[in-house]
Design a protein around this ligand. Structure first.
Ligand code: HEC
Length: 124
């Protein structure tokens, strides 16, 4: 009895050490895989794709953007909303045009037929 308690007490630090080594590594690995799958190449290929990806990806996944299909006016409002509510750096006029041109053709209001791209993460 006394002996098994001593053995258990001796093992405890080893178990804790093993846990503290493996847990953070597993956490990092899963975050990295998620990010690695998202590149401009996974977006519909239209002019302005790389600029738009670069502009929006700083704060959230592009899946947040790609879920939406909107008119140019609504995309314009979204850019203003990102700027005022979420402190996105305001795009200058030229950049705003690039972003709107891209968003409007890549994620138009009428969903489905106009979109040549299928979200690979959508539930099947
Ligand atoms: C500075 C940070 C930041 C940047 C840059 C940014 N966003 Fe966002 N965006 C956010 C935050 C925060 C949310 C979550 C808002 C919420 O609570 O619904 C969000 C949410 C969204 C949504 C989701 C709205 C919904 O109803 O689900 C869309 C669409 C969107 N952003 C578009 C864009 C586009 C397009 C760009 C690039 C031009 C962009 N964002 C860049 C901060 C940012």
């Amino acid at each position: 009895m006394k002996r098994s308690v001593l053995v258990a007490a001796g093992l405890l630090p080893a178990i804790l050490l093993a846990l503290s080594l493996t847990l953070p590594v597993a956490g990092l690995a899963s975050t990295r895989t998620g990010e690695a799958t998202e590149t401009p190449d996974s977006l519909p290929n239209f002019p302005g794709r790389d600029e738009t990806f670069g502009y929006c990806i700083g704060c959230h996944s592009f899946q947040v953007v790609g879920r939406q299909g909107m008119s140019r006016e609504r995309w314009d409002e979204t850019l203003s909303w990102m700027t005022t509510r979420h402190s996105m750096p305001a795009p200058n006029a030229a950049m705003r045009k690039v972003l709107l041109d891209y968003l409007t053709v890549a994620y138009p209001e009428q969903r489905g037929s106009a979109r040549g791209w299928v979200n690979p993460f959508a539930p099947k």
